[in-house]
Design a protein around this ligand. Sequence first.
Ligand SMILES: [Zn+2]
Length: 43
Amino acid sequence: MKAKFATSCTSCGDKIQPGKEILKDKDENWVHKHCIDDSDGLP
Ligand SMILES: [Zn+2]
């Protein structure tokens, strides 16, 4: 989904700007979509 507000990515630590594609990780934290894609935590 697209961010509706500014927050911080818990994966890379960068700011997430409104309008960026974001996802929730397994711990319910918002991260960039590309940060989830880079994760090796997926089965
Ligand atoms: Zn990130």
